[in-house]
Design a protein around this ligand. Structure first.
Ligand code: SAH
Length: 339
């Protein structure tokens, strides 16, 4: 097992079994996530025997950044994993801090037809440490702390549930990266049973749901997952989620020219979301060379926005970062692998 995939609780259990004081867990976390040492032997205040044990039981292999593309307020990173697969992460500079969009799987099985990532089927889930190390390696490279993390890169986080919740526990730890739960966002295409499971997860993490259509028929065409979990089931689960957690939901809605951007789509969306504590993030589509979808016209976007606003739905149009550096979800990976 990799050291970056071990929670503080697991580390304490390990220390106890090996008859070391459990407060070393906190120190190990500080060394690896705050002082960012590359070898456990640099943790100078730990007993030598413990360092040897850790070296043997928990290797500290990480990911390798093999490409960086810089835009104005955005940088995109391509990582190579130990089995030579590739994933990507996008760093965005906001006035409130640095936000990193990370991947959760190699490939994706959700098959949303507008999405570049899904053109390659899921190869495997990312291990917990591979999610943690996307943040750590970028922090090391830029010498700054990342304050916000969104799981909106390649993959469906709820299709890798166990590793994702462990990832949250690790990066949230005070003595480690200390990323506040409210600064973490999981984005899902709507896997209903996992939404029920997630309501009982005791961290105040944000949940974003990729909706992209307010009519079931259209949603099924865009997102195959809607055939398994239709809107009615999805909305019932989400209402329960809000009731139970008291948290505000985010809905993501990509605007695709002539497909889901008409007035009736907006009116139906307002109707669907009425009374739910949520806000809608309208996303101007990032066009990619492999897919035929076009982004909606500015006037259409403005009209869509107005209809929601007038229906008292909280709505924003997503600020764009990635356009100039092919930061549409999954684009860098496709360019590298030419798939
Ligand atoms: N599987 C998860 C998270 C990954 S996708 C989910 O579906 O939410 C993260 C977001 O990026 C989703 O809302 C997805 O629909 C959106 N997205 C995918 N391709 C895009 C593109 N070319 N332009 C803009 N947004 C895109």
């Amino acid at each position: 097992m990799n050291l970056y995939g071990v929670s503080k609780k697991e580390l304490e259990k390990y220390l106890k079994e090996k008859k070391y004081p459990i407060y070393y867990a906190k120190e190990i976390y500080q060394w690896i996530y705050q002082k960012k040492i590359d070898s456990i032997f640099s943790a100078s205040n730990l007993p030598n025997s413990l360092r040897k044990d850790l070296e043997q039981d928990f290797p500290m292999t990480s990911l390798e950044i093999i490409k960086e593309q810089k835009g104005k307020d955005v940088s995109k990173y391509l990582f190579r994993l130990s089995d030579k697969e590739h994933i990507e992460a996008v760093l965005m500079r906001h006035d409130y801090g640095l936000s990193l969009c990370i991947s959760s799987q190699v490939g994706c099985n959700m098959g949303c037809c507008f999405c570049e990532s899904g053109r390659r089927k899921k190869v495997r889930n990312l291990e917990t440490y591979e999610m943690v190390c996307q943040i750590l390696e970028i922090e090391k490279r830029i010498g700054k702390r990342i304050s916000h993390v969104v799981m909106m890169g390649i993959g469906e986080p709820f299709d890798n549930y166990e590793n994702v919740v462990k990832f949250i526990e690790i990066v949230n730890e005070d003595s480690g990266m200390n990323i506040g739960a409210r600064h973490l966002t999981i984005s899902t295409c709507g896997i209903v049973p996992k939404i029920y499971e997630f309501m009982n997860f005791p961290y105040q993490v944000n949940l974003a749901v990729s909706l992209h259509a307010s009519f079931d028929e259209k949603r099924k065409e865009l997102m195959p997952i809607a055939k398994v979990y239709p809107l009615k089931e999805l909305m019932t689960a989400l209402k329960k989620y809000v009731e139970k957690t008291n948290r505000r939901l985010t809905f993501e809605y990509i605007l695709l020219d002539g497909i889901n951007d008409q007035e009736e789509d907006a009116r139906n969306l307002a109707h669907l979301l009425k009374g739910i504590n949520c806000y809608v993030n309208l996303i101007p589509y990032n066009e990619t060379t492999h897919l035929q979808y076009k982004r909606s016209k500015p006037l259409t976007i403005a009209k869509f926005y107005d209809i929601l606003k007038k229906s008292n739905i909280c709505v924003t149009i997503r600020r764009e970062f990635g356009g100039t550096i092919s930061a549409a979800c999954g684009q860098l990976r496709s360019e590298k692998e030419e798939l």
